[in-house]
Design a protein around this ligand. Structure first.
Ligand SMILES: [Zn+2]
Length: 553
């Protein structure tokens, strides 16, 4: 039924003689916007995004170019959205990020800030529960400059919904899986957004450590236990909510905006690009015809035609289009990348031609994480883990939420002998896993690395003869002993402290607890690196790797 509705919209769009007639491209300092709305409106959206960029710069700046597509005509926007209630969305891509908005009056500027928050979180934070991320985006959607920059102002429509509607339980909120609000019912969606907003609002108002931990980088995910408490406290908070926050910072003076009119076929290419990213293949195909006639050899047109061929499973057709596209000096990094993927399927992952195309991709777009990921895998498979680590570290910097990239990095670091760093990457792989195979992969990597941490035979000594055991160990001794340099004390909230030892050229790690005794030179350890490193002999339980007693020598 949805397919039929979409077909009808396409027919309307095609019959609409005026499609794209009045499109314009407007560029502010950091954003590139295409639109069919009036230029004052478009300039407001650009100003809002520049303000958001300024305000959130501490959270990270967008690593990729950002393209904004602002629709005035709902008929043109409708085939791009997954639900009739959606008025805007953020769409990531290897080449650029896109913010797509329908100009819907009041809500448009809030929508721009909301989607910008998604963009920044996408590049800077690990996976967050859906409600937490939506709440943070909604909270900051009111961002505005009134002399000083203000944020977190009350949103009347959300308050209205929360007054009238039955609130969702914590379990219901948590059930809305990442990226898929539809797992809660249609009527529940506005309540979900309003409530996510209110929960984050209350957390901001409470301030303190929690606000720091959950609402600021690096954004700890809020667990279900905590969510339950927040849901319980929300009604009381809503009786007297904070009315907003002033940041104490003034908005930067607006920069110049460049403006040009865009021929309708060129505007069609911009919309096709979004349509293919969101899977609206029929819409893309319907738009491609007139553009193809206007720019038969244009690299952008050839690229989109190649993408459309791929979406129709026509690999040969796609290869032909991308091959033609990359002959142009204006070819985009993404055309090289798509061709690399096709050649990889045809020639195998180690082919020189594939490396050439991937290298060209990164040359044209140094932030192309997917290309860096594949280059890293190539290096790894060809026995060059150090080079692999270099590529993969760059890739996860751009896309920190990709479990497969962290996993590849964990293996490469492991092969390079960076045991601790490898484990950190494997933990990230687990934290960002979205699918069962990703989770299993990450767990397997952790296991492998755990194996690497096991003490190599020669450095393990059997229980020492009784006369050599220091006095204090008599009641407290483990079943293994290790001697080495204590180089670091790793402390973290809510987790056991660990010591990192340098033993015969490798790292080893043991946990501490309040039962751990110390003997020898009296020492008070500070968290962090120990300078100079301390010579120690540690008795520990081999199975749990818990330090029982530390002798400072
Ligand atoms: Zn959102």
């Amino acid at each position: 039924m949805r397919g039929a509705a979409r077909g009808l919209l396409i027919a309307l769009v095609c019959l609409h003689a005026g499609w794209g007639a009045d499109w314009r491209r407007m560029r502010s300092t950091n954003f590139d916007l295409y639109t069919d709305v009036g230029k004052e409106r478009a300039a407001e959206v650009l100003a809002k995004l520049e303000l958001a960029r300024q305000h959130f710069r501490g959270w990270g700046l967008p690593p990729l170019p950002v393209r904004v597509v602002l629709f005035g005509d709902e008929k043109q926007f409708a085939p791009l959205r997954s639900d009739a209630a959606i008025k805007g969305f953020f769409q990531s891509g290897a080449e650029r990020d896109s913010i797509v908005l329908l100009d819907s009056g009041e809500g448009t500027l809030r929508g721009a800030a909301h989607e910008y928050v998604h963009l920044v979180l996408h590049h800077s934070a690990g996976k967050l529960p859906r409600w937490q991320e939506e709440g943070i985006a909604e909270f900051h959607s009111t961002l505005r400059a009134d002399g000083e920059i203000r944020t977190g102002e009350l949103i009347a429509s959300h308050l209205g919904i929360l007054q009238q509607e039955r609130h969702l339980t914590a379990a219901r909120m948590a059930a809305a899986a990442r990226g898929d609000v539809t797992s809660i019912g249609g009527r529940e969606v506005p309540i979900f957004y309003a409530q996510s907003w209110a929960l984050i609002h209350a957390l901001h108002a409470a301030g303190g450590e929690d606000a720091q931990r959950y609402l600021m980088p690096p954004f700890a995910a809020i667990g279900e236990e905590k969510l339950r408490r927040l849901v319980d406290q929300m009604p009381a908070y809503l009786r007297r909510p904070m009315t907003g926050w002033t940041t104490g910072e003034r908005a930067a003076a607006p920069g110049a905006i460049e403006e040009e009119t865009v021929p309708q076929q060129r505007a069609a290419l911009v919309v096709i690009d979004v349509a293919l990213r969101v899977g609206s293949v029929r819409y893309a195909r319907a738009l491609l015809g007139s553009a193809a006639a206007a720019y038969p050899e244009d690299p952008e047109l050839l690229h989109e035609a190649g993408m459309l061929a791929l979406a129709s499973r026509d690999d040969a057709g796609a290869r032909e289009k991308f091959t033609r596209a990359v002959r142009s000096k204006d070819a985009s990094a993404q055309s090289f990348f798509e061709l690399a993927l096709l050649e990889r399927d045809a020639l195998g992952p180690k082919a020189g031609r594939v490396r050439e195309l991937l290298s060209e991709t990164v040359k044209r777009n140094p932030q192309h994480a997917e290309a860096m990921y594949l280059l890293g895998q190539m290096e790894e498979s060809q026995g060059r883990p150090a080079k692999a680590v270099e590529w993969l570290e760059r890739a996860v910097k751009v896309l920190p939420r990709q479990s497969r990239m962290w996993y590849a990095l964990a293996l490469a670091r492991h092969d390079e002998g960076q045991v601790m760093a490898s484990r950190a990457a494997a933990q990230q792989a687990l934290a960002t896993a979205e699918t069962t195979p990703e989770k299993e992969q990450a767990e397997a990597a952790l296991e492998l690395i755990q194996g690497a941490l096991t003490i190599p035979r020669p450095t393990v000594e059997a229980k020492k003869p009784a006369q050599r055991v220091p006095e204090a160990w008599k009641q407290a001794k483990g079943d293994a002993v290790v001697r080495g340099e204590l180089r670091e004390l790793v402390c973290g909230k809510g987790v056991a402290a660990r010591i990192r030892l340098w033993v015969a050229g490798t790292w080893q790690e043991l946990t501490l607890d309040d039962q751990t005794r110390t003997t020898g030179k009296a020492m008070q350890l500070q968290c962090g690196m120990q300078r100079p490193a301390l010579s120690v002999e540690i008795s520990y339980e081999a199975k749990s790797r818990r330090a029982v007693s530390i002798e400072f020598r």
